[in-house]
Design a binder for this molecule. Structure first.
Ligand SMILES: Cc1ncc(COP(=O)(O)O)c(C=O)c1O
Length: 363
């Protein structure tokens, strides 16, 4: 059995024993940026956070965002900002991590689960239409794995859209950044994400009054009038880490895209379906997810034995968490989707090891 705790750096030079599935890219400049803030003694929601909010907003063509402690907190506040509460319904896809479901449950609304388009793994706009009722207050649209969802069709429903860009910072739809289409955009800066501050998140949008409301909700202290508020603040050292990474974000994205295009070329003759690509959406390649014809967990075990950590990217579809039947798209993705290592620090020899292992397992 391979030792999961062993860091690649601890092994002898060359290809590590196991190519990890994720690895954050932390540079000396990142460390200095964090250390500077920690030494300053100004630790929480100060100038660094304000600058981070401004810079992320600018990168999306939006006003400064509202930084919070996680992507889940961002979704929670986004729902509150739109005014979703008990008796309301929110549509979300089955094939996504459980965070959006939690956010809907936090506000006491009912989650209406929609199936995905099996080709893209994203929420299927026709499925959304079928679930719209007079109680539908919002649709949560994750751009899963970094591929933009079909925004034109989703916006046409005329219901407030929360673009969950936790996995899609830097992706574009018709040459415009995702996150700039919906009523609100949420981001996650969790350790494995495109921009990784450890934990962290942000909400962005265009409506200044909405942004003010969200700013008010994320911090409970020193308010004249009482209402339920949250402690969802981001620390300044997390913001400093985010800002430092944002400076090389185009390079990070370019590296992911270069790996994806080499994978696509080298896996052409391997019997898996490659990630969907078309002319009007640019993938951020947070994940490189292939569709296999076998059992993804079993195939992941075979790849691991060959030194490559691939994994089914979603632990359990939401419909199953809720004890529901059906949802053939999400069920199929759960059985067959496999996420391969892709990140800016993936070395060429690791990339070659992934391709070799794929060729052996899928020959
Ligand atoms: C699509 C999506 N939405 C929301 C979240 C929640 O983000 P966080 O882990 O920062 O709370 C995640 C995290 O994995 C995610 O992938």
């Amino acid at each position: 059995m391979l030792d999961k705790s062993k860091a690649p750096e601890c092994r002898s030079a060359g290809v590590p024993e196991v190519v990890p599935h994720s690895r954050p890219w932390i540079t000396e400049a990142d460390v200095r940026a964090v250390a500077r803030v920690v030494r300053s003694g100004l630790l929480v929601q100060g100038a660094e956070t304000a600058a981070f909010e401004e810079e992320v907003g600018r990168s999306l063509g939006l006003p400064p965002g509202v930084a919070v402690g996680s992507g889940t907190a961002a979704l929670h506040l986004a729902l509150l900002g739109i005014g979703v509460g008990p008796g309301d319904e929110v549509i979300l896809p089955s094939y996504v991590c459980v965070a959006p479901l939690h956010a809907v449950e936090y506000v006491g609304a009912k989650a209406r689960i929609a199936d995905i388009d099996p080709l893209t793994f994203n929420i299927d706009p026709r499925e959304v239409r079928r679930r719209i009722t007079r109680r539908t207050k919002a649709i949560i649209v994750p751009h899963l794995f970094g591929l933009p969802a079909e925004l034109d069709l989703l916006l046409a429903h005329g219901i407030p859209l929360i673009e969950d860009c936790a996995q899609a910072l830097g992706a574009t739809y018709r040459d415009r950044p995702v996150g700039s289409f919906g009523s609100l955009c949420t981001l996650s800066f969790y350790a494995t994400k495109l921009l990784a501050t450890g934990e962290g998140g942000m909400i962005l949008g265009r409506d200044p009054r909405m942004l003010e409301r969200l700013r008010d909700l994320r911090d409970y202290d020193e308010r004249r009038r009482h209402r339920v508020r949250y402690n969802y603040k981001l620390t300044d050292f997390q913001a400093a880490l985010g800002r430092s990474q944002l400076r090389r974000f185009p390079q990070m994205l370019a590296r992911r895209k270069a790996i994806a295009s080499r994978y696509a070329r080298q896996l052409e003759n391997v019997s898996v379906a490659l990630p969907h690509a078309d002319g009007h959406r640019a993938h951020a390649y947070h994940r490189f997810v292939v569709r296999t014809s076998g059992s993804a967990p079993a195939l992941a075990r075979r790849l691991e034995a060959l030194g490559v950590r691939a994994r089914p990217p979603i632990f359990r579809p939401i419909h199953r968490t809720l004890g529901m039947e059906g949802f053939p798209g999400a069920s199929d993705a759960c059985r067959h989707a496999l996420s391969l290592p892709i990140y800016p620090t993936l070395r060429r020899e690791e990339e070659a090891a992934v391709v070799r292992a794929m060729q052996i397992v899928f020959r």
